[in-house]
Design a protein around this ligand. Structure first.
Ligand code: FE2
Length: 273
């Protein structure tokens, strides 16, 4: 199974590029299942129902979020009605929405998607390791699901690598999001789990993690009030990762980063096309 995970969409620049590219990527790379991170899609802060519908219409199968999930309050009422929209699994019991679900492809193969949020340099929430441990105890690769994809929305590289090893051999892939900076450590871990510390964002890289650079820099160089942070509107780079899994074992047989358009060096994943 080929799963494409498209990193954090920042504002209109990222949104437009992702909606335009998903149909091409699906076709050119033979993608079976598309996951996108939409937590910064609404002008940098959160996501709306309308944006969800646009991403689904473009060909996204599941939208994951992260610490900005509730920035647009309307999503709190919407999330329970949309099983294809996930928030981090390790939020307190009773939080609206869900952090994991199993989705069926048209050919009846099943893929589980889970998202957890980190605790280092982030809000103190429940243990992401324990939360995912319970999920993989119940949902086994090759039995309940042909593939299990985990998004770890976290700040610290160390926490992300530790989760990769914690789940190695029990899930198809662990891919990080949230920092908006792609890392160069795509690999298959010894137990067969595809791993990448951070997929990067879909946005303008002439910025500070997607936000307009003058305001973002002023916040760090002066003690005066600054303007509101706004997304940068230059040409976006689409950052994603393509994971190929073996349907029998559920483990990864390939993992390739993809960077398309904009300022970053390009990685077209040619040999997987
Ligand atoms: Fe985030």
């Amino acid at each position: 199974m080929r799963i494409l995970y498209i990193g954090d969409i920042v504002g209109r620049a990222g949104r437009d590029l992702v909606c335009r590219q998903i149909p091409h990527l699906r076709q050119d790379l033979g993608v079976d299942f598309v996951i996108v991170n939409g937590e910064n899609a609404a002008h940098g802060f959160g996501i709306t129902e309308k944006i969800c519908q646009a991403l689904f219409a473009a060909g996204a199968d599941v939208i994951v979020t992260g610490n900005h999930v509730w920035d647009q309050r309307e999503i709190i009422d919407f999330i329970d009605s949309e099983p294809r929209l996930l928030r981090p699994l390790n939020y307190p019991a009773g939080t609206p929405g869900r952090g994991v679900d199993v989705y069926e492809l048209p050919d009846r193969r099943r893929v589980a998607v889970a998202q957890v949020q980190g605790r280092l340099f982030m809000h103190a929430i429940e243990d992401p390791f324990r939360a995912l441990g319970a999920v993989v105890d119940e949902c086994r690769l090759g039995a309940q699901a042909h593939a299990i994809f985990v998004d770890f929305h976290a700040e610290a590289t160390s926490e992300k690598m530790a989760l990769g090893h914690f789940l190695d051999g029990r899930v198809s892939a662990v891919v990080g999001s949230h920092t908006h900076v792609p890392t160069a450590d795509a690999q298959i871990l010894p137990g067969g789990t595809g791993y990448l510390t951070d997929v990067g964002m879909c946005g303008d890289y002439d910025s500070v993690i997607g936000m307009e650079k003058r305001t973002a820099t002023a916040r760090l160089t002066q003690v005066l009030p600054t303007d509101r942070l706004e997304p940068a509107h230059g040409e976006a780079t689409l950052c994603a990762v393509l994971v190929e899994t073996d349907d029998a074992s559920g483990l990864a047989v390939g993992i390739e980063p993809l960077r398309l358009g904009g300022r970053l060096s390009q990685t077209p994943a040619r040999h997987l096309a």
